[in-house]
Design a binder for this molecule. Structure first.
Ligand SMILES: Cc1cc2nc3c(=O)[nH]c(=O)nc-3n(C[C@H](O)[C@H](O)[C@H](O)COP(=O)(O)OP(=O)(O)OC[C@H]3O[C@@H](n4cnc5c(N)ncnc54)[C@H](O)[C@@H]3O)c2cc1C
Length: 390
């Protein structure tokens, strides 16, 4: 009998397994693929300071580039975006392997090529059905942590209502790296590049990643990416194509049930305005591992009350940030074209200068006197800044 079975060997799953083992729970990670981190589907952009705060410092071989400047494009205009913090570009397969190894070193069992195809209740415990090499077997456990990514079938199997607002994302790994200036991240905004989302170009050592996320777009995501690639790096060779949805509608209303916790993309633990899910997965994974282990060791794993502590913990840490970011995403998605264009124009002028130099009051006064109609967005922006979203 296992105390905790974690489904999924991504950042959320490994973080949860690591914490559960540290708390003394007998823990297993079940990962459907034969290798952790493969296939990859991520740009690997993380804020260095936020990652450091999670306690998961990546070894240097995992860091492909460091970024401290951003150049944003809106239509044919470009403007410098102030980056208050340094960002790292991670090699996701190596990072995920590093995390899984940490969990294994602390005592978690790691089962690769083990796909969970069913879960059923058995008294106060769960029976997890695993498909391995065309044969199935069952594993008895006290708590399941569903860290199985955006499709999150496990939570559904246990009766939790799962529904995500999705962004369709696609990314190419290209070579040679077209970014001319070291430490630069390129962002492309507006319907021309990525309707309902944005596009990015990031350096990744010898290569680069060019990708985008779209919502309610008239054409498939690939259409917009091919167009941008043709414009930005027509000579580049595509060495890998990655396509995957990202949940951008905020967290599920409920992320626990009897014997079950849901975490990471499966729970919608993604910053809705940026699609960033690595750091939230690590943070929420820790809370999931801690609460699952404590409930299992106290034989309270069947108690919803005991498991609800998990939701209280992650909400008090990240709930406000997810909410503020969701507001920003919805405002950006529904903003009339005239307002979009005016903001882009202002950011290239006086307003951009005020923001770049941290002159918040002057920026607000400038808008109040010159462009009061834009002020209606200011509250959401101020709230978002409080959570470090800009
Ligand atoms: C194109 C793209 C670019 C992105 N760029 C960034 C970025 O730059 N920065 C950032 O912070 N975030 C980014 N994200 C989001 C980020 O990748 C995710 O938020 C993050 O991977 C979530 O981690 P997770 O552990 O919850 O899920 P995942 O990393 O998806 O891991 C889930 C794991 O569960 C396994 N699994 C699923 N079902 C089963 C099953 N039934 N049995 C066993 N195993 C199972 C899967 O194989 C997988 O290994 C990007 C996403 C995409 C699609």
């Amino acid at each position: 009998m296992m105390d905790v079975a974690v489904v999924g060997g991504g950042p959320a799953g490994s973080s949860a397994a690591l914490k559960a083992t540290e708390k003394g729970a007998k823990t297993v990670i079940l990962e459907e693929h034969p290798e952790i981190g493969i296939p990859p589907h991520c740009a690997g952009i993380v804020c260095a300071e936020d990652l450091l705060k999670t306690g998961f410092t990546p070894p240097s071989k995992v860091i492909q580039a460091e970024v401290d400047k951003a150049l944003a494009w809106y239509e044919e205009y470009s403007f410098e975006l102030p980056l208050k913090k340094k960002f790292l570009i991670l090699n996701r397969p190596l990072f995920d392997k590093h995390l899984a190894k940490l969990a294994e070193q602390r005592g978690a069992e790691l089962l690769l090529g083990s796909k969970v195809v069913g879960v059923r209740r058995d008294g106060s415990n769960l029976r997890v059905k695993i498909l391995e090499h065309d044969a199935t077997r069952e594993l008895l456990c006290k708590v399941v942590i569903a860290a199985d990514g955006v499709a999150s079938r496990i939570a559904r199997m246990l009766g939790l209502h799962v529904s995500h607002e999705l962004a369709a994302c696609i990314q190419y790994e290209i070579t040679p790296n077209p970014i001319v200036e070291d430490g630069l991240l390129e962002v492309y905004l507006g319907t021309r590049y990525a309707p309902g989302g944005y596009a990015w170009v990031v350096p990744a050592g010898e290569s680069a990643r060019i990708g985008l996320g779209v919502r309610r777009a008239k054409k498939p995501a690939k259409h917009y990416l091919d167009k941008l690639l043709h414009q930005r790096a027509p000579e580049a060779k595509i060495i890998r194509v990655m396509a995957h949805p990202v949940p951008v509608g905020g967290p599920l209303p409920k992320t626990y049930a009897e014997n079950l916790l849901v975490v990471g993309d499966a729970a919608g633990h993604v910053v809705p305005s940026s699609g960033a899910g690595i750091v939230p997965a690590l943070i929420c994974g820790k809370y999931a591992g801690e609460v699952a282990a404590e409930a299992a060791l106290k034989d309270l794993h069947h108690s919803q009350r005991e498991l609800s502590r998990y939701e209280a913990l992650w909400r008090s840490h990240l709930g406000g940030k997810f909410e503020a970011a969701l507001k920003i995403r919805r405002i950006a998605e529904d903003m009339p074209k005239e307002d979009r264009e005016l903001i882009a124009q202002l950011l290239r002028g006086t307003l951009g200068e005020h923001i770049k130099h941290g002159r918040k009051v002057r920026a607000l006064l400038y808008l109040l006197l010159r462009h009061p109609r834009i002020l209606k967005y200011a509250k959401a922006v101020i709230q978002a800044r409080r959570y470090g979203l800009f």
